[in-house]
Design a protein. Structure first.
Length: 388
C-alpha cells in the first residue's frame, strides 16, 4: 500500500504518466542519482533524459553545487534575517540577464508566475489574464471546468494560440482594457515565429497590459536568459525556475524596476523563499553555466539526440509518427498512447528513462557517447515493440 495520495506528490513522476496505466516491472522509486544516471530501489541503473522534469541542467549531484549546498547547510540554512546570498544571487542574475532590474525569490515556478500575475494586476488595476503554455496548477490559470476552482476565477483566464499571429491579435483586442497581462512560454513544441512574438508584444502594449515570459523550462538551456535572450523578446516581467539552481527549489520573478517595486503595494512572501541552501546552489550553478558554456553544450548534445530521434522515427514509422521540439527540449511523437507506453516500458527494461511526451532534456553530464548509447537502446526497444 501507499500512504501518498496519487502514489507521489509530483504528477509527472507517477507510473501512469511515465509508463502508462497498469505497467509492471518498471522503476517506481529511486534511491540516488549522479550525472545523467539514476538508480531505483532494486539497485538498477538508468540513463536518464527526464532530468527531474528539466530542473537539472548540470547533471545530478554536480560537485560544485553539492559543495555550495552542503556549506550552506553547515552554516545554518535559515535564520531570522535576510541572508547575504539573497542580494548576491539577485545581483548575479541581473548582471547576466539585462532585462532583470529587480527580482524577488520564491520556491516554485507556479507561485513565481502567480506573483508575476499579481504584480501585473496591481500595475494595471485590471484582472483578466491571457496565457499561452503551462503555467502551473494554481487557480488563476485554470480554465474550463477545473474542479475546485471558483467559476469567477476561471472566468478571468483565457488562452491565446501559440504561433498564430492573427488569432492572438484578435484575442488580445477582444479582452482589451480588461487585460492585465499576457503570460507566455517562449517555446511550445517548436520555436516561436517572429511575427507571432511581434504581435503579442505590440498588442499587449497597445491595450496597456504587461507581457510576462514564463522561462521556467528554458532558463539556462536556450541561454542563461532563456528564450528572451535567444529570440530577442522584450518582456515586462520574466519568471525563472527549474534549472536555475540545478534541482534545488528556487524560482524568480523579475523585470522592470518600477513594476517590481509594486511588491510594496501587495503581499508576496514565503517563509522559505530565501533559505540559503537553494540560493547557494543557484550561485554555484550560474558560475558553472558560465564556465562550461552550458547552453552551448546542451544545444549541441540535444541536437545529436533530436537528430537521432528523427532517424529512428523514419526507421520505425509504424510506432513513431515523428520527432518534435528543439534540441534543448525534444521528444518523440507516437502513433498512439498505447505504443508510447510500451516503448517507455521497453526502454526502462534496457536501462533508459525517456519521457513519452514533451519534453526530454540533456544536461552537461550527457555527451555524444552517452547519447549514441541511449539511441542504440531506444532503437532496440522500438524494434522489440514493432515485433510484438
Amino acid at each position: 500500500m501507499t500512504y501518498l495520495a496519487g502514489i507521489t506528490s509530483t504528477g509527472s513522476k507517477r507510473p501512469e504518466a511515465l509508463f502508462g496505466a497498469g505497467a509492471s516491472g518498471v522503476p517506481g522509486r529511486m534511491t540516488h542519482s549522479s550525472g545523467c544516471r539514476v538508480w531505483d530501489d532494486a539497485g538498477r541503473e538508468y540513463l536518464d533524459y527526464v532530468m527531474a522534469l528539466g530542473a537539472v541542467a548540470l547533471g545530478y549531484a554536480h560537485p560544485a553545487v553539492v559543495r555550495a549546498a552542503v556549506a550552506a547547510v553547515e552554516q545554518g540554512g535559515v535564520g531570522p534575517l535576510p541572508p547575504v546570498l539573497e542580494e548576491e544571487v539577485a545581483a548575479e542574475l541581473c548582471r547576466r540577464i539585462p532585462m532583470l532590474e529587480r527580482v524577488r525569490f520564491l520556491k516554485t515556478g507556479a507561485e513565481a508566475v502567480a506573483a508575476a500575475v499579481r504584480l501585473a494586476r496591481v500595475a494595471t488595476g485590471r484582472e483578466a489574464v491571457l496565457g499561452c503554455g503551462y503555467h502551473g496548477w494554481l487557480d488563476w490559470c485554470q480554465g474550463g471546468d477545473a474542479a475546485g476552482v471558483p467559476a469567477g476565477t476561471r472566468a478571468l483566464y483565457g488562452e491565446i494560440p501559440f504561433n498564430d499571429p492573427a488569432r492572438a491579435r484578435d484575442r488580445i483586442r477582444a479582452v482589451g482594457d480588461r487585460l492585465a497581462a499576457v503570460v507566455m512560454e517562449p517555446v511550445i513544441l517548436r520555436p516561436p515565429d517572429p511575427e507571432w512574438l511581434a504581435v503579442v508584444r505590440e498588442e499587449t502594449a497597445r491595450v496597456g497590459a504587461l507581457l510576462v515570459v514564463d522561462e521556467i523550462k528554458t532558463v539556462c538551456r536556450l541561454g542563461v536568459g532563456g528564450g528572451c535572450e535567444r529570440y530577442g523578446i522584450r518582456p515586462d516581467l520574466i519568471v525563472l525556475g527549474k534549472a536555475i539552481a540545478n534541482g534545488f527549489p528556487l524560482a524568480v520573478v523579475g523585470g522592470r524596476a518600477e513594476i517590481m517595486e509594486l511588491v510594496t503595494r501587495t503581499w508576496i512572501s514565503s517563509t522559505l523563499a530565501t533559505e540559503s541552501v537553494a540560493l547557494a546552489a543557484a550561485k554555484a550553478t550560474l558560475a558553472v553555466v558560465d564556465e562550461a558554456d552550458v547552453p552551448a553544450h546542451i544545444t549541441a548534445t540535444g541536437g545529436r539526440l533530436l537528430e537521432g530521434f528523427r532517424a529512428l522515427a523514419a526507421r520505425h514509422a509504424g510506432v513513431i509518427a515523428g520527432a518534435a521540439g528543439i534540441p534543448e527540449m525534444c521528444h518523440l511523437e507516437y502513433r498512439d498512447d498505447a505504443l508510447s507506453a510500451r516503448v517507455a516500458v521497453a526502454c526502462a527494461e534496457r536501462g533508459l528513462l525517456l519521457k513519452r511526451g514533451a519534453y526530454n532534456f540533456v544536461s552537461l553530464a550527457h555527451d555524444a557517447a552517452i547519447v549514441d548509447r541511449s539511441l542504440a537502446l531506444l532503437d532496440d526497444a522500438l524494434a522489440a515493440v514493432s515485433r510484438s
